[in-house]
Design a protein around this ligand. Sequence first.
Ligand SMILES: Nc1ncnc2c1ncn2[C@@H]1O[C@H](COP(=O)(O)OP(=O)(O)OP(=O)(O)O)[C@@H](O)[C@H]1O
Length: 296
Amino acid sequence: MKLIVNELKKVINHRTIIEDVSFTVNHGEIVGVIGRNGVGKTTLFKAMTGIYLTDNGRVLIDNQDLTEDIALKQELFFVDPLNNFYIHYTPMEIAKMYAITYPKMDVDQFLTEITDHNLPLNQKVKYFSKGMQGLFNVLLALATQAQFVILDEPFDGLDVLVRENVKRLLINAVQSKEISLIISSHNLAELDTLVDRAIILKDTKVVGEYSLENLRETARKIQLVFKDGLPDEIKQAGTLVEARGRVYVMIFENYTRQLDEKIANLAPLLYEELPLSLEDLFRTQLVNENDYILEK
Ligand SMILES: Nc1ncnc2c1ncn2[C@@H]1O[C@H](COP(=O)(O)OP(=O)(O)OP(=O)(O)O)[C@@H](O)[C@H]1O
């Protein structure tokens, strides 16, 4: 199954929050949606899942428009964390409710999982701790057997052990059931080791889409020192992400052999490759050079 988001647009109070947002989620793929606070990630998820009516665009599962085939909704799971109705119910009650919308859900299996993770079956979810709620949401999402599971900040407020547990559950589910995940998170270090592809939102639009595997092959993060400062031709070939005195850290999204030779010919006093993370990518795309404090 493939999910296609095509030119999605949402205007709230005469303000365009997202527009022309298009991307595809393939079977068994984990896609990260990243962007600064307030850029519209949750709005995108609400628009994708029909919580919001959209002002343009379509969401298709296997070429079938979600608004035209209601049954496809059972292939999509999303809960708005800030407006989560189910917290007023117990896991037992929630299981029965969700089993109606998601007929593939195995209620007994779900309840066993809840108990196995030491969560109470008969306490309202609003009385769970934040970590327990986060874990519960992931268990519920996976139990629905939806092909496309959307998780908005699934690691928020979770301690390291719960976070590891949640991550393991997600990875196992993708590997064993070949479901697809769409995840937003401010925790880029967690996403880094989880996602196959990252979509970066900025100023209402998708400004970058990267396969992490391809990126690791083509991009480089390099620390450089030149005798007379950073040459313009090098500066223009990449993004300057840090400058301390004469030490410059550059990210080159497309590090070619020609560029490598060009740098070598300029005889840098220091050339050191640094590990490239999703956080670096985020900085490259979303931060202006002027945002950096240049230490002299
Ligand atoms: N129902 C609403 N009414 C008015 N404004 C809204 C509404 N929903 C979202 N917005 C505005 O849309 C913008 C995007 O909000 P959204 O929650 O989608 O951002 P986000 O990327 O998920 O943010 P964060 O990373 O902080 O969770 C914000 O400026 C927000 O104030």
